[in-house]
Ligand binder design. Structure first.
Ligand SMILES: [Ca+2]
Ligand SMILES: [Ca+2]
Length: 176
């Protein structure tokens, strides 16, 4: 696997272990979902419910596919196996990406302002400087907006082990 993809996987594991136990558990996804929904106060209840459902589906899909020793939690070693068969997690990642981008577009015009993007990505736990660099890499319009579809594609690329040199790589590592 490419070094860049390993870095992306390590970062996501660290951020999703919200309670810092060293393992991914159902509780981590509840905590993360609550935090992300709270970062989008202008979203309607349907968008918030979709996000919560996407986080829960993501957890159940990961647990079903990766909890090799069946202890109800996912270690980093177990998690890293997801990059060996990413197609098994495609549906859950797509759900997650679409629900997150929808939260970033509360007025439904298909565009995401930088402020909404920063709020959601900060809630997930990414570094502020890296978030801005990523937004810039998505080539925002003169009005400083990106499209929902660009963001959805960017999230899916982030989880694709074969992708290198993608905008999402800006999230990995400290600010320059
Ligand atoms: Ca945890
Ligand atoms: Ca386990």
């Amino acid at each position: 696997m490419h070094e860049a993809a390993i870095g992306r996987v390590k970062l996501i594991f660290a951020l999703f272990d919200v309670d810092g136990t060293g393992y991914l558990e159902a509780e981590d996804f509840e905590l993360m979902a609550t935090r992300v929904v709270a970062a989008s106060p202008d979203s309607d209840d349907a968008a918030k419910a979709a996000m919560l459902a996407a986080f829960r589906r993501y957890w159940t899909t990961l647990a079903a596919g990766l909890d090799a020793n069946r202890d109800g939690r996912i270690s980093f070693e177990e998690y890293a196996a997801c990059v060996l068969s990413p197609e098994r997690f495609d549906g859950a990642v797509t759900d997650f990406a679409e629900a997150l981008a929808a939260l970033g577009d509360p007025d439904g015009d298909g565009l995401i302002e930088r402020s909404a993007f920063v709020a959601l990505m900060t809630a997930i736990g990414f570094e502020r400087a890296n978030i801005d660099t990523l937004f810039d890499a998505f080539e925002p319009s003169d009005a400083d907006q990106i499209t929902v579809s660009v963001w959805v594609a960017g999230i899916k690329d982030y989880y694709s082990p074969e992708k290198v040199g993608i905008p999402g790589d800006h999230l990995v590592g400290g600010p320059a």
